[in-house]
Design a protein around this ligand. Structure first.
Ligand SMILES: Nc1ncnc2c1ncn2[C@@H]1O[C@H](COP(=O)(O)OP(=O)(O)O)[C@@H](O)[C@H]1O
Ligand SMILES: [Mg+2]
Length: 237
């Protein structure tokens, strides 16, 4: 058994003093793999990501990163420990240029960031062309590239993406998926929430269907794609 690189184990919790949204939810990503979370709207997918990132009061359960219990760390300290997180909303600074967005991403670093910026521009060449433009003027797919690039600027050890293809065309979605696979192949584990369940399961080494804040189905992407119950309930047959 591979030890997961990141695991939120049996997480239960909610927002502030509100009711629990997550009920013993477990999400893990192994070294070098792509893990995906799918499930209906409001299932708690974003909440699970926020719990992993320390933006939520996890009342029971724990979060382990590379074997270390990080449950008590703030989000900023989790970034320092190697978590790169792209939230579902507000994931860029629209009035700042593309390049300034990338520089902001590197805020925790004190070393030379130019090499990493070149890597981001190699991965997303359009961002180099548009580096002086305000990020808010870019297309939806390009803004998502900025958001992913910004997270990569910290040189994370695990990359967490909440709906990176939201609101983009199928062609742009395919391109973004290809780039994400490329990133994962460099050895960086990726955990991603996706509303395009079928496409996400196709690229997933490990996959989770969340329903009402709890694990409903877990397996490899292939296993879940072949599971009649998953097909009927979540993939439209
Ligand atoms: N900031 C918040 N404060 C209170 N409740 C929230 C907040 N964000 C989400 N919720 C609630 O948590 C539940 C799960 O939401 P969410 O994690 O965003 O679902 P998903 O990402 O799967 O669509 C929903 O009932 C939603 O209303
Ligand atoms: Mg969400």
């Amino acid at each position: 058994m591979t030890q997961p690189f990141l695991i939120g184990d049996q997480m239960t919790g909610g927002y502030g003093r509100g009711p629990d949204i997550l009920h013993g939810c477990t999400i893990a990503v192994n070294p070098g793999e792509i893990a995906v979370i799918v499930g209906p709207n409001g299932a708690g997918k974003s909440t699970a990501m926020k719990a992993l990132f320390g933006m939520l009061d996890v009342r029971s359960g724990q979060v382990l990163l590379d074997g270390q219990d990080i449950s008590a760390l703030s989000p900023q300290d989790r970034v320092r420990q190697g978590m790169g997180f792209v939230p579902q909303v507000n994931n860029i600074f629209p009035s700042m240029s593309v390049e300034e967005n990338l520089e902001m991403g590197a805020f925790i670093r004190t070393d030379d960031i130019s090499g990493t910026m070149e890597q981001v521009y190699t991965l997303f060449p359009i961002l180099k062309d548009k580096r002086r433009q305000a990020a808010g003027e870019l297309s939806g797919g390009q803004r998502q590239q900025v958001a992913v690039g910004r997270a990569l600027m910290t040189k994370p050890k695990v990359l967490m993406l909440d709906e990176p293809t939201a609101g983009v065309s199928p062609i742009v979605m395919d391109e973004l998926f290809d780039r994400i696979i490329e990133v994962a192949r460099t050895g960086l584990p990726v955990l991603m929430v996706e509303q395009n369940a079928r496409q996400a399961l196709e690229i997933a080494d490990r996959a989770y269907v969340l329903v009402q804040g709890a694990n409903a189905h877990t397996g490899t992407g292939k296993e879940l794609l072949a599971d009649p119950e998953v097909r009927r309930s979540f993939l439209g047959g």
